[in-house]
Design a protein around this ligand. Structure first.
Ligand code: HEM
Ligand code: HEM
Length: 230
């Protein structure tokens, strides 16, 4: 399925939003929240790696992996390799980002997994891992028969889009949760930081929207038969 718009210009909007979102989440955590650290006596700077890795590592790189299929002027095997490697990087950085939230909780004696955000977050990362392993086995190595590959592809695309939308929704809940915590601790409701966090969430959602749009738009002409060359 493709809508009658070319994917490439839509993907440029997504790349621009990715850069804007990455800058915003870094400015928030470095300038407003005290910086990023693996080890520190100030435990909240350990937490700060969580939103940074989840947005830049997981959502942005995962989105670029999805768009790479529709936008790169390369042959199918090269695009397949780029798609699977970018998704692997996103998965590893996502796991690492979740680990930072657990590390912060454990070192600060805060309970784990008590929120809707955290439950959906575990669901997202597990489904993403399953999607990666299935994609790898069926489309790359050892590779399914051509019947299995063509039967699987529409499910792979549908499930991939579903997991990605769920990831973006989970990130939006994460921004809301963190902003609520810091507002309860005294951050101004209409202050600069509150606007920055809410706009970072909006940019994240817009980025996700343009990633999905790109995946539903038309590939460049040389790639028109990609579904038949899986
Ligand atoms: C798709 C992206 C994300 C996933 C998969 C995810 C996943 C998780 C998980 C599994 C936890 C639980 C850690 C624990 O119980 O020790 C957590 C905690 C947390 N995350 Fe995220 N996160 C994402 C993005 C974000 C973003 C962008 C923010 C924005 C600040 C955020 C804020 C929080 C907060 C405040 C906590 C601690 C409170 C809680 O456990 O709910 N998350 N996240
Ligand atoms: C969690 C990881 C993954 C996610 C979320 C994901 C998601 C997607 C999405 C949304 C599409 C449609 C993209 C578009 O049309 O622009 C797609 C296409 C595809 N993916 Fe994945 N994918 C993942 C991992 C993999 C892996 C490991 C492979 C193994 C090679 C793979 C192989 C493919 C193939 C062959 C296509 C078809 C492209 C075409 O012919 O149009 N995917 N994937």
């Amino acid at each position: 399925m493709a809508i009658g718009v070319k994917a490439l210009p839509i993907s440029f909007v997504a790349h621009f939003l990715a850069i804007a979102g990455a800058i915003m989440v870094l400015v928030w955590n470095i300038s407003f929240r005290g910086g990023l650290a693996w080890e520190s006596t100030n435990k909240s700077v350990i937490f700060n790696l969580h939103p940074v890795l989840m947005l830049i590592g997981f959502i942005v790189i995962g989105g670029e992996a999805i768009m790479s299929y529709k936008c790169l002027p390369l042959k199918k095997p090269e695009k397949k390799l780029i798609h699977l490697v970018l998704h692997a990087i996103a998965l590893v950085l996502g796991i690492f980002g979740i680990y930072m939230a657990f590390k912060f909780h454990n070192e600060s004696n805060i309970a784990n997994l008590y929120s809707l955000h955290s439950w959906l977050g575990i669901g997202v990362i597990v489904l993403y891992g399953i999607q990666w392993i299935y994609g790898f086995l069926v489309f790359f190595y050892p590779g399914g028969t051509s019947a299995i590959r063509s039967e699987s592809l529409p499910w792979h695309v549908l499930f991939g889009i579903f997991v990605y939308v769920l990831a973006v929704g989970t990130a939006a809940l994460g921004y809301l949760e963190k902003l609520t915590f810091i507002q309860n601790a005294g951050v101004a409701k209409y202050g600069a930081e509150a606007f920055l966090v809410n706009f970072t969430a909006i940019v994240t959602i817009l980025f996700g929207t343009f990633v999905i749009l790109t995946a539903l738009c038309q590939s460049p002409p040389e790639d028109e038969y990609s579904y038949s060359a899986i």
